[in-house]
Design a protein around this ligand. Structure first.
Ligand code: 13P
Length: 249
């Protein structure tokens, strides 16, 4: 894995025309990025984006993956299907899925396992709500969320990507300060290191109102290995600025 990754999460945004315009602008603005770059698109657009991104430095990802391998699970998409359409990554356990789709820690752990088995790198999201932060429970919550994933995937934990996304910072314009984010990243780093016999560094991305103005300071923190970017990933100049702010080594 490269040292830093900037990953766009398009969420439920886009259209055939808008996707093409955005990807063309990104590809023409991107010359040999120092970091890894990926976009996690709505799955119906994977085929379109796979074709557009052929030969480019931008990797493709999905925003979710089924916890099942195949079968009678109406509406679900398997890791193998996503892989077939070029998805190198799948976001797993995003707070919007935990909140609106009832995904538990156990489901997130199972999805992580299925993604790995299907050759898709899971980007496992953890993060506390505002109430949890104010109650002094941030560390307890993120450790519990990550522990479930480690419990089920301990043997290959070095192959995942983690994203720390404080729920109160998502789509709100409120970013965790670089110090707040670094403190949680350090906790997650220690937990991952204790769980793994493999010295490979698990990338830990920060997500939550990352933008062109605050990216450099966040990305300069020692345990922040990149960003998972929502709103700012939909505007080519903003996303390109964040990519340019990534550490060079
Ligand atoms: P925003 O960057 O829009 O706050 O979204 C962050 C996020 O949820 C990325 O997964």
């Amino acid at each position: 894995m490269k040292k830093q990754w900037i990953v766009g999460n398009w969420k439920m945004n886009g259209s055939l025309a808008a996707n093409e315009a955005l990807l063309q602008a990104l590809m023409s603005g991107l010359n040999q990025p120092a970091c890894g770059v990926a976009v996690c698109v709505p799955s119906v657009y994977l085929a379109q984006c796979q074709a557009l991104l052929k030969g480019s430095a931008i990797e493709l990802g999905a925003q979710d993956v089924s916890q099942h391998e195949q079968g009678a699970y109406t509406g679900e998409l398997s890791a193998a299907m996503l892989r077939e359409f070029g998805a190198r990554f799948a976001i797993v356990g995003h707070s919007e899925r935990r909140q609106y789709h009832g995904e538990t820690d156990a489901v997130v752990a199972a999805k992580t396992q299925r993604a790995l088995a299907g050759g898709v790198t899971p980007i496992v999201c953890v993060g506390e709500t505002l109430a949890e932060r104010e109650a002094g429970k941030t560390e307890e919550v993120v450790k519990r969320q990550l522990a479930a994933v480690i419990h089920t995937n301990g043997h290959c934990i070095s192959e995942i990507v983690v994203a720390y996304e404080p729920v109160w910072a998502i789509g709100t314009g409120k970013t965790a300060s670089p110090e707040q984010a670094q403190a949680v990243h350090a906790v997650l780093r220690a937990q991952l290191q204790a769980a793994s016999s493999n010295p490979a560094r698990v990338p830990i991305l920060y997500g939550g109102s990352m933008n062109a103005a605050n990216a450099a300071e966040l990305l300069a923190q020692p345990d922040i290995d990149g960003g998972l970017v929502g709103g700012a990933a939909l505007k080519a100049p903003d996303f390109l600025s964040i990519i340019a702010a990534a550490r060079k080594n």
